[in-house]
Write a protein that binds this ligand. Structure first.
Ligand code: UDP
Length: 248
């Protein structure tokens, strides 16, 4: 059996990834498939923390464009991530994977509040920790949450699971079929080329804390495990790519 390359990871699941083909809401089939993929990785004894997005239900920016106060719209977005987190928890526990949800906005009847040391303890006890409600602050994204939590819990990598695309491309491959996929990129490539993988706050945080990011499609079954085993899938940002760029 292959040994995992990473032992503590942050998996970033965008809200869209949970919506599947519908593009909105939570698709039970997709949820089941994702839970199974996470279970496979859990069985490798890898510590998994998950940051869930909320874009399948509500996005702050879209809400504010419709006239809702931006901070209020963002709080609504953070609440949407909690709904996704509970759905994911339910699915994982049905597969026999022990989980804890921690929220950055206190709602003790629903989940634990985010406490860093407690989250680490859960991971050590082989519980999957799901971080919900983003950073707890408006004007941020769940990508930034993933970068922040990864730094806090000293995760070795962020696994950025996308819905439709299997990595980072020269152009949107859904619009331009001849767009090419990058195998490796540096953090500065991300920032300078405006590749739209994550916002600049999230990428700078990863760059400053040397956290590599692997971008891949979750629709291909087994991809999370492949990423954890260190197989070449999707696009890797930072890590070796950065080391190579700085030695040139
Ligand atoms: N959000 C926020 N602060 C955070 C994280 C998220 O205000 O720290 C809000 C923001 O409005 C965002 C929404 O929650 O649009 C859903 O998160 P995101 O768009 O990152 O989800 P994803 O694109 O991953 O589905």
């Amino acid at each position: 059996m292959s040994l995992p390359r990473y032992h503590r990871v942050v998996l970033k699941l965008s809200g869209e990834a949970l919506a599947g083909e519908n593009g909105y809401g939570i698709d039970p089939g997709v949820l089941h498939s994702i839970a199974n993929q996470i279970k496979e990785v859990h069985e490798l004894n890898v510590q998994i923390a998950i940051v869930v997005g909320g874009g399948n239900i509500w996005r702050g920016l879209a809400g504010s464009a419709k006239g809702i106060d931006r901070a209020t719209a963002d709080y609504m977005g953070m609440l949407a991530t909690v709904m996704n987190a509970l759905a994911l928890q339910d699915s994982l526990e049905k597969e026999g994977v022990p989980t804890r949800v921690q929220t950055s906005i206190e709602m003790r009847q629903v989940a634990e509040p985010y406490i860093r040391r407690r989250a680490i303890r859960h991971l050590e006890k082989r519980r999957v920790v799901i971080f919900a409600a983003g950073t707890g602050n408006p004007y941020f994204s769940t990508d930034t949450t993933a970068a922040l939590r990864a730094a806090e819990i000293e995760a070795e990598v962020i696994l950025m699971a996308k819905n439709k695309v299997n990595g980072v491309y020269t152009a949107d491959p859904l619009v331009y079929p001849d767009a090419e996929r990058f195998e490796q990129l540096t953090y500065l490539d991300l920032l300078n080329k405006g590749l739209g993988v994550m916002d600049s706050t999230a990428s700078s945080l990863c760059m400053d804390n040397h956290i590599p990011i692997i971008v891949f499609s979750i629709l291909e079954e087994g991809n999370i495990k492949r990423a954890v085993l260190g197989e070449k899938i999707g696009t890797i940002i930072g890590g070796e790519a950065d080391a190579k760029a700085s030695s040139e």
